[in-house]
Design a protein around this ligand. Structure first.
Ligand SMILES: *Cc1c(COP(=O)(O)O)cnc(C)c1O
Length: 425
């Protein structure tokens, strides 16, 4: 019973049951967290991180020791040759992925996406279906996009991938590890390993790049440990640990990371410059916290899956399924439920708790969307947040939480709101 929040006996009861039956899964998450926390701490110690690394630079930012060390630290965590991690200079996950694609792909090259349609914001980078034609998309520069969908049981179509990768013009095979905002399952690192093996066997020029958003630290291995040539992601998701105020990262093969550095600044300059404007400490601290925060987000998702399954809704993944990203999708069947869920969740946010989210016509969507977010960092989705387009299958996608206790409470308040409105029994 909470002394501070009004929660009915019914929701308290269900929550206890939900937590109880998920206890084994929560323990499993602790084991993953512990492994990854040690991996990260060992990299800090190996790189001799010290207080002077938190110093700042201005202007060109030449010889910013902290920035250089952050790149080395990140490379070690991913067991990669080389890495780039930047707040601000990489503005978001989409920007980071875009810098990678433009850094590597050349006119006539084929980008072969093998996990189905990529995340929405990448469509205009590629110029998919003529999107943003003339704005300088990959398509405008003569890069060709091909796609292989996942099979009906949501696995890689390995034979089609191997066949497709034989084309010598395929320069990049692209994989999105997370489900993003689809109902498909996330993809395991081992499955990514199989694709790498097949692709590298038939095409020496092809590299495998993984969109690592929402995936990092959900398993004890990263894609770069099973043959992926490149991973990239956002710092306001898993890798920033809820502390980095903005940014993105890339890790992988040295020659590829160098090309990406040339695209980030210019050929000739690469990663030799870039003032850090006081952000080094936040990024070090965010990386250090990331394994733990990802664990808390995973536990929150498991609790949500267990509770809403008990209430009677379809959830994916189920509470006892293995996870490869931090996202939980709950099919709430109708608009009223989606609205009550998001408004209830918002009531438990540490920031903007008094705001009542309403559905709105979001650019790029063909239906209204309702969102809940009450975060310390604008747009951060490693903090507890949810999005729901008001259309079939009436699903809410939720993710994050800086700690399990507040995440669990947020989920309970979402259920409570539905209960109070008589939408659930
Ligand atoms: C969030 C996300 C992106 C884009 O990141 P932004 O920081 O929102 O631009 C790309 N791919 C996946 C799978 C994501 O989850």
């Amino acid at each position: 019973m909470s002394e501070f929040f009004e929660i009915s006996n019914r929701i308290e009861e269900l929550s206890e049951k939900a937590l109880d039956r998920a206890s084994q899964q929560l323990e499993k998450i602790d084991k993953i967290t512990e492994y990854n926390q040690q991996k990260v701490l060992a990299a800090f110690i190996k790189n001799r991180v010290d207080e002077t690394d938190f110093n700042t630079s201005t202007g060109y930012g030449y010889s910013d020791k902290g920035r250089e060390k952050l790149d080395c630290l990140l490379a070690d965590i991913f067991k990669a040759d080389s890495a780039i991690i930047r707040a601000g200079a990489l503005a978001s996950g989409t920007h980071t992925l875009g810098v990678c694609l433009f850094g590597i792909l050349r006119p006539g090259d084929i980008m072969l996406c093998v996990s189905g349609t990529p995340y929405d914001t990448i469509h205009s980078v590629i110029g998919l279906d003529g999107k943003n034609k003339g704005d300088g998309t990959l398509a405008d520069f003569g890069v060709i996009y091909n796609q292989i969908d996942l099979t009906k049981d949501e696995k890689f179509d390995l034979d089609a991938i191997e066949n497709g990768a034989k084309n010598p013009n395929v320069r990049m095979v692209y994989i999105q590890r997370s489900r993003g905002y689809e109902l498909r399952h996330s993809i395991s690192v081992d499955e990514i390993g199989e694709v790498c093996e097949r692709v590298h066997r038939v095409n020496k020029r092809a590299i495998v790049m993984v969109d690592n958003c929402y995936g990092v630290f959900t398993e004890t291995k990263e894609p770069t440990e099973v043959g992926a040539d490149l991973v990239a992601g956002s710092l306001i998701k898993n890798m920033g640990g809820g502390i980095a105020p903005s940014g993105g990262y890339v890790a992988g093969r040295e020659d590829l990371v160098r090309l990406i550095g040339y695209r980030l600044t210019t050929p000739g300059l690469g990663t030799e410059l870039g003032a850090t404007l006081g952000q080094n400490r936040n990024i070090f601290m965010g990386i250090f916290n990331a394994p733990h925060i990802v664990g808390e987000a995973l536990k929150t998702a498991i609790f949500a899956a267990s509770l809403f399954d008990l209430i009677g809704f379809n959830v994916t993944p189920k509470f006892d399924e293995t996870r490869h990203d931090i996202i939980e999708a709950i099919c709430l069947e109708n608009e009223d439920n989606l609205i009550a869920f998001c408004q209830g969740l918002q009531k438990g946010a540490p920031v903007d708790s008094y705001v009542v989210p309403e559905p709105w016509d979001m650019p790029g969507y063909d239906s209204k969307v309702i969102m809940s977010a009450g975060a310390f960092t604008g747009g951060s989705s490693i903090e507890l947040s949810a999005d729901a387009p008001l259309r079939e299958p009436f699903a809410v996608w939720m993710q994050g939480s800086l700690n399990f206790h507040s995440g669990k409470l947020g989920i309970m308040l979402a259920a409570e709101e539905m209960y109070k409105r008589g939408l659930i029994k």
